[in-house]
Design a protein around this ligand. Sequence first.
Ligand code: PLP
Length: 361
Amino acid sequence: MSVRLEDLPLRDDLRGMTPYGAPQAPLPVTLNVNENTHPVPEEVADDILDSIALALRDVNRYPDREFTSLRESFAEYLGHGLTPNQIWAANGSNEVLQQVLQAFAGPGRAAMSFTPTYSMYPLLARAVGSSWIAGRRDADFSLSVESAVAQVLEASPDVVFLCSPNNPTGTPMSLDVIEAVYEVAPGIVVVDEAYQEFAPREERSALTLLPGRERLVVSRTMSKAFAFAGARVGYLAADPAVIDALRLVRLPYHLSSLTQAAATAALRHAPVMLQMVDEIVSQRDRISATVEALGYEAHPSWTNFVLFGGVEDTTATWRGLYDRGVLIRDVGLAGHLRVSAGTDEETTAFLDALASVHSGS
Ligand SMILES: Cc1ncc(COP(=O)(O)O)c(C=O)c1O
């Protein structure tokens, strides 16, 4: 006989929570979790495999706890004069963000963001025992300096997440907002740049704001632009003192030698790994233009996905697409659905299916 979750001596503050659960369905076209739909190029995959094979020979030993080569590679990739002692990495940026919360939030402290935003922030915050403050964005999902400053002053959170550009809306965030929030926030300000590589090239990253701001953290991931979601590698840049704080909460040897070898090899090929970004951006813009032509409202996006509104019945539209072999995401925003940019064929399949659902409705 199996017991129910409610019958276990679970922490009171975890009762009633639901786990992260984007549907994983074996459909021909899956555009629901903002993955990079283009596989790692063959020649890079071969080099990564060689590096993993080498690392495997020493897998009887614990990995380099400080993942020195990988941090050097990230510093070089990010540029902006960053040095390896300003870099940290973990198994996906989710783990990086969790470690930031373990070090700077936790029981009796509060974390905050501006909703609608990345759905994992409240789950990560609650799982480490922090309280969660859901700030609000404007009606068009942007965040103004005035609104952000007023809300941060009122909430006085220990950790603030600024998702830039924002998931699930795609909305860019101006650096003015980040600077202004930093000025009034009493604690750590995390700029989550998971989708930064899909922003216009001329736009400045929050990395440019790091000098002189020791409470500012900029997180990134290899899951999106680098097509490395399955490898689970996220990283951040911050003051070396912040990195020291993260050493207090990480598990010993948290980054396996195979992960380190794979990520370091992939970073050697950064330009090739990133060559699909432009193609994805053009598919994203094609989605925006076509859903607009169908009569929906595409929200401006600096990411690899599009949030579109004006959907009369989100459940029926989502289901209609599902029945046509296309999986997208109902992010729980009334009248809205979100779709990741696919390959040319996947994008066509989505747009054709949407047109067919639309004309049937
Ligand atoms: C805004 C944002 N941050 C972080 C992540 C986590 O990415 P990962 O853990 O794969 O690095 C995601 C994933 O979708 C995301 O959308």
